[in-house]
Design a protein. Structure first.
Length: 205
């Protein structure tokens, strides 16, 4: 259930004024994502601990197959490096114990569903229909170390980094009335016919 009245925050609450004294704005992109892992409106997948280093290079793209009971939706995808929870499995954790179990966001971005077919001509999402979505996570060069895990999180809000979607299609979200903001059920599909996945290029060892 995605609820605009209880959006997933982009950093732990309380979210300080961006440039205020003590604000964590400057490090939000490296924030430990465990603060949202486990929320019912955040879906998480992760590999087993890696047997060897895995280096990715080039474009990272998420291909989603999803549905909503509403008529608009946002799709946020995050690619995450999960550090080992034991120092014995990684020297970097032994050197920095606070990194045990850390969920470091390597890449993340959002697609507003109304623009799935065209940036110039937004259109409603048909309720209950599985639709394809492409979320561009941009180019990346990164190595997931042995013993780490590769995680993907998908959610529908990222507030206030990205403005709330009312989840009811309106011509202009910035002029949406309060009645347009509705909680909706959103589903991600992973089947042979609807294979939600993240595409990366793995550099040969």
């Amino acid at each position: 259930m995605s609820n605009p009245a209880d959006p997933v925050p982009y950093r732990p609450r309380p979210v300080e004024v961006t440039y205020s004294r003590g604000s964590r704005w400057s490090r939000w992109m490296t924030e430990d994502q465990r603060f949202v892992d486990g929320r019912p409106d955040v879906k998480t997948w992760a590999t087993a601990p890696l047997d060897a280093d895995v280096t990715i290079a080039g474009e990272v793209v998420a291909r989603l197959f999803a549905s909503t009971t509403g008529s608009d939706a946002d799709w946020v995808v995050k690619l995450i490096d999960v550090y080992p929870d034991s120092a014995s499995r990684a020297p970097e954790v032994a050197a920095h114990p606070a990194m045990a179990g850390y969920e470091l966001m390597v890449a993340g971005d959002v697609m507003r569903g109304r623009y799935r077919g065209s940036w110039e001509r937004p259109e409603p999402i048909p309720a209950g229909v599985v639709e394809p979505y492409t979320v561009d996570l941009h180019d990346q060069l990164y190595t997931f170390r042995r013993g780490h895990r590769i995680m993907v999180q998908i959610q529908s809000t990222w507030f206030p980094l990205y403005d709330r979607n009312p989840q009811t299609f309106v011509p202009n979200i910035f002029l949406a009335p309060a009645s347009a903001y509705q909680a909706e059920t959103e589903r991600i599909y992973r089947t042979a016919a609807e294979p939600t996945h993240v595409e990366v290029m793995v550099v040969p060892r």
